[in-house]
Each structure stands twice: as C-alpha cells, then as structure tokens.
Design a protein around this ligand. Structure first.
Ligand code: GAL
Length: 639
C-alpha cells in the first residue's frame, strides 16, 4: 500500500507540473482538494527538467511542488523518469539509442529512446533514481515510488545481442541444448558458436519461432533487471516506502507479469479499454482487473492509469458515456484495486498527447467530465478500502508466453488473438454473473470448482498433470482450441494437440480447419462456431455439439469426458458459449455472486460487502433482498 493509505482508497493521477508555470500549481492543489484527490504521480517524464545536463540536478521546482502538495494534504507517488532520457543523453551515448529489427537506430524526439541493455543507460537510470531517493527520502509527501513507466522497450542492437547471448547461455548451458530447443536443423540454422546468435533482426523469410519467443522472454527479464536495479536503490534509501511500476497490457508488451509481480511491493496496472461496442469496455475492464488481482496473488493492487474521459478505439478517441467513468472505476475497486488513478490530472498544453483526456480537461473545471471526476473522488472517499478477498470459485488460466507464441511466424491463421480468446471466455462468465480469478499455468487449483483454459498454446506436462488431478478430485475443466499445441520452446507435441491434455480430455485433434473471417459453421443441435474448427477423434470423450455443415459435418465440435472435462474446438457464438458455461457452472455448483442479477449487472462479493454495478438503463434488482440500483449507478452494501 502507499504509505499512509491504510483503509483509504487512492484517487488521483499523473501530475505533470513541469508542463505548467508555477502559478497554475496552486490552482491545481485547490482543484485536487475539490475532488478528493489524495495521491498524484509526479515526474514520470521529467528527466530533462530534473537533470538538464549530465549529473547536474535541478530539484528546486520539485521541492516546491512536493511541499505544496503536502500542505494540501495530497500524497505523492514519486516517479523515476527513466522512460524518457533527455536529448543530451542520446548525444553523449549514441550507442544507447534503440535499434529496430530492421536495423534503424531511433533518435530522441519522442519517449522510450533507450536500449535496456546499454550500460550507459543503466548507469544514468540508477544515478537519477539515487539522486531522487537521497533528496526526497525524508519528505512527508512521499507515499510510493513509481519506477519508470510501462516497461516495454525492445532493442536489437549489439548491446542487446550480447545480453541475449548471456541470457541464452544461462538458460540452455550448451549450444547443443539451444540447437535442440530452437529446432535449428530446420532451414540449416544450427549454431556452432554462441557469438553467431543474434536478436531476431529482420530476415529474408519467416523467423525462428523459438528464437522470437525466447527474445520476448529475454526482454522481460532484461527490463526486470532494469527495474530491480532502481528498486534496490530505492529500498535501501527509503526502506519504508513501497516500490511499484505500472504494468501495461497489450500484445506489444514483452513483460511477463507472473514473473514481475513478486518483484514489486504493489502490483499496479494501466488499463485502457479498446472498444465502446455494447458492454465491451465493461467486460474488458473486469478482465483486466481480474488479471491484476491474479498477478497480485489475490491481494491488493492498484489501477495506476486509466483515461478519465475517453476510450481509445483504434485511432479514434470516443468519449465515455455518462457515468461510465464511475462504473468502470468501481469495477476495478470491486475486483481488488486499492484506488483509482488516471492519466492524467491536467490536459497537456501541447505535445503528442494534448488530445488525451484528463481529470481537468482543456475546457477547465466547468465541464461535465470534471464534474464526473469530482463526484467519483467524493464517492471513493466514502467507500474506503475493503480488505476482504474477492470470492471466486472459478479460475481462468492465463499465460503471457502462449500469447507471445501465438504472435509468432508461420501459424495456421493470421488472426489468432490470444487476448480476444481469453477475454471472450472471461466475458461469458461475466455475463453469467460469475466471478473469475485469473491464475498462472502452474497455480494450485484446489480452491476452485471450475478451471477455464482458453488457448493455452504452450502446455507443459506438469500443467496437464495438475489439471488431470484437479478433474480426478472432482473439479470441472473447460479447455478451448489451440491449447496443448506445443511445449515451452514451440516444439509441436507428438500426436498433435491437445498434447499432454489429451488423456484428461479424451480427444485428439487430427486436423485444423481455420475459418475465414466473417464465416460461421453451424452446430448441431444449435449454435454456431467461427474463427477455427477442428477434426476431432474421440478417445474417451463424447460429443456434446457436432459440426452441422462444411467438411466437418457430423464430426464432434464440443466434447466432454467423465462429465467434467470439456473440450471446445471452435469459437462458439456468445449465446452457445454462455449456455455451455451455464451448464458447467450448474454441474459444479458454482453460483453467480448474487442470484438473479441479470445481464449488464456486475456483482462482486468481498466478504459481507457486495459491489453491484448497474451498466444498464433500467433499474436493477439484485439478490434475494432486492437491492435496488438506479440505471447506470452502483451500490456498495453489506449483504
Ligand atoms: C499510457 C502511458 C501514459 C500516456 C497514456 C496516454 O499508456 O503510460 O504515459 O501515454 O498512455 O493514454
């Protein structure tokens, strides 16, 4: 928890006073107080203001900002500004500029212009982190360290190549083992010397999937080493201040949150839903929040960034609907976030993100969005932090490595989207009102009644045997297509998928039939599949749904073994998937968080506390005691 926040929820956002003249700062604090802001993240991109020349620090302005905030009763998550080195840095250390896979050396003029493996970058990052910790160790406003911003930078330069080779040496120990793991007999890629191994730079044709996947893993570990170096400095100089970093969610992010979570004192995520269709943003928010709680081991975590007033849908910034900011924020809090932080406090006066939404928009405080922000702040202050764990009988297995492998080259379809697949499964449970914990592939499962396994492309024998014991001891498991395809080095399982999951599921996949976009296949007795289909061989399981047209007509589409181990070989339409999960939940005795909540009513139970959010435009009656919630509103009640 941020220091001093026991029992209180955090509310605030990124605050960039360096972008404004000093006379605005006092207005800022005044306005923050009006909307019950109690925590702001300061200095995320302020490196060039804090260290305008190598080793010359200008902390005076930051002293005044922190003093002012403290006088206003506002605590500070102090950032280390290492996501954006200043121009002087790249001139002094051109070798620390990042190189793309095409060999283009990027220059400053944006942000994240550094190579994580460059010694000069690491030294400069430690120096500014140390200087900040020495300066502000005793400052009463300091409540939390916010290291860097959204670690995710990838580089392909010679520094990165050398570090990658070291990482590979530690992982494989011998070139023989690496050659085996990377299947280098294919296309004459056998390595005879460690020095010949390169990052996955641009190649003539498809790259090596195992090399690409290992590079992602290396990037995750290398960035984690960058984080650790700063964290250790901060821990040493300010032992009683928690250290975090804001994890980004997205297919581009080479960070494995399961490996990072134990390294931070508080898991923090940024979440920006990407669609305004129907209840997409609501469902995606619940999924992101459940992921974060999973990474936090079921405990407290913090929503470090969200957009206060827009949803980014591709290149279009669509305003949030009235009340949606509060509803989405409450969903995060219900699912374990100890606060609601936003990007950002005041809209930037210029620069590349001047059109991003802000708690104080360009239009100023006399605006609908500021009023919603203020109302939310006051509401959160009233609710306070709930310690009770989120109650969930269902787990969903989620794996960054499978996500990365499903972005690899040479896959049977170009649009296999792990995020969308796992989200669709989570959304079905959401619509049924059932709360889901997200767990790692090696997590203990005995606390659950049902385990959902979407597209676990890389499945190890140990995960398979844990699922097998889970089913043997009475648990129910549902596995979706593209699970059990390969091992950790993207070597295909002998006998085809679902590989080591075949015995527990009682099926084998003989052949893949990827479906063209926008096409569907009919199912018997009802429902449709899309995206993907498979020719299945029953080996102990029975068919529950069959394909009803096309080449697979009459073949099994959804199967079950022993009444508890389900396999789904296509992307089911929402209604069919919901019906299937409804059946599984009923058989496993899994009830919704509140009976009869109805579609669009999100309910999460934490001990005696019930969070109920009405995402619909009609009054909702929740539970047997008929808790009544106005359209678009929420209730937090003992129930
Ligand atoms: C976040 C990032 C912020 C800002 C924001 C804009 O992902 O951490 O610095 O760029 O997006 O939406």
């Amino acid at each position: 928890m941020p220091r001093g926040f026991d029992g209180r929820l955090c509310f605030g956002g990124d605050y960039n006073p360096e972008q404004w003249p000093e006379h605005v700062w006092a207005d800022d604090v005044e306005l923050m107080r009006r909307c019950a802001v109690n925590l702001v993240t300061v200095g995320v991109f302020a490196w060039s203001r804090l260290e305008p020349a190598p080793g010359r620090f200008t902390f005076g302005w930051l002293d005044r900002v922190l003093d002012l905030l403290h006088e206003g009763g506002i605590a500070v998550a102090l950032a280390t500004p290492t996501a954006s080195p200043p121009p002087w840095f790249s001139f002094a250390h051109p070798d620390a500029l990042p190189v793309t896979r095409d060999g283009v050396r990027l220059v400053h003029g944006s942000r994240d212009t550094y190579c994580p493996s460059a010694p000069a970058y690491r030294t400069a990052a430690r120096r500014i982190a140390t200087a900040l910790a020495e300066r502000y160790a005793g400052h009463p406003a300091l409540a939390l360290w916010h290291v860097h911003n959204e670690y995710g930078t990838v580089c392909h330069c010679d520094h990165a190549a050398a570090a990658f080779r070291d990482w590979l040496r530690r992982r494989y120990r011998s070139l023989g083992a690496l050659n085996e793991a990377w299947t280098t007999t294919f296309w004459s890629q056998q390595y005879a010397d460690w020095e010949h191994i390169l990052p996955p730079r641009a190649t003539q044709y498809l790259g090596n999937p195992a090399q690409l996947l290992d590079y992602r893993r290396f990037c995750s570990d290398e960035l984690l080493a960058c984080f650790r170096e700063q964290r250790d400095v901060l821990h040493e100089l300010t032992p009683d201040v928690a250290v975090t970093t804001n994890l980004a969610l997205g297919p581009w992010v080479p960070v494995d949150p399961w490996a990072w979570a134990p390294e931070v004192d508080l898991v923090a995520i940024d979440h920006y839903p990407s669609s305004v269709e129907g209840l997409d943003a609501e469902q995606e928010t619940a999924f992101a929040a459940d992921l974060a709680r999973g990474w936090a081991g079921g405990g407290a975590w913090l929503l470090m960034e969200q957009a206060p007033d827009i949803v980014h849908t591709g290149g279009r910034m669509v305003p949030k609907r009235p009340g949606q900011l509060a509803r989405l924020s409450l969903s995060h809090v219900a699912r374990g976030s100890v606060g609601v932080m936003n990007f950002q406090w005041r809209a930037s006066p210029g620069g590349a993100e001047a059109f991003m939404s802000a708690m104080v928009p360009h239009a100023g405080p006399d605006s609908r969005s500021f009023r919603e922000v203020a109302a939310l702040g006051l509401e959160l202050a009233r609710i306070g932090h709930v310690d009770d764990p989120v109650a969930a009988d269902v787990a969903l297995v989620w794996d960054a490595h499978s996500w990365w492998a499903l972005q690899g080259p040479g896959l049977p379809a170009p649009d296999l989207d792990y995020w969308a697949m796992s989200r669709a499964v989570h959304a079905s449970a959401w619509r049924l009102g059932v709360t889901v914990d997200v767990v790692a592939p090696d997590a203990p499962l005995s606390a659950y009644r049902v385990v959902l396994v979407p597209a676990l492309f890389l499945t190890s024998a140990s995960t398979a045997s844990m699922l097998e014991s889970f089913v043997e001891s009475g648990g129910h498991v549902v596995v979706w297509y593209l699970s059990g395809v390969a091992d950790a080095t993207v070597r295909m399982h002998r006998g085809g998928s679902p590989g080591p999951l075949a015995p527990v599921l009682g099926v084998r996949v003989e052949r893949h039939y990827p479906l063209a976009p926008e096409t569907t296949v009919a199912l018997d007795p009802d429902g449709t599949g899309s995206s993907w289909s498979e020719l299945l061989r029953l080996d102990g399981a029975e068919a529950v749904l069959r394909y009803a047209d096309g080449d697979l007509s009459g073949e099994p589409a959804v199967t079950v073994r022993a009444g508890r181990a389900w396999y789904v070989s296509t992307s089911l339409d929402d209604a069919t998937q919901q019906r299937l999960l409804g059946e599984v939940f009923a058989a496993a005795d899994v009830a919704p968080a509140a009976p009869a909540a109805g579609p669009g009513i999100e309910v999460v139970r934490r001990g005696r506390r019930l969070f109920a959010i009405n995402h619909t435009d009609h009054v909702a009656e929740v539970g047997t005691a008929r808790l009544s919630i106005e359209p678009g509103k929420f209730v937090v009640a003992n129930y």
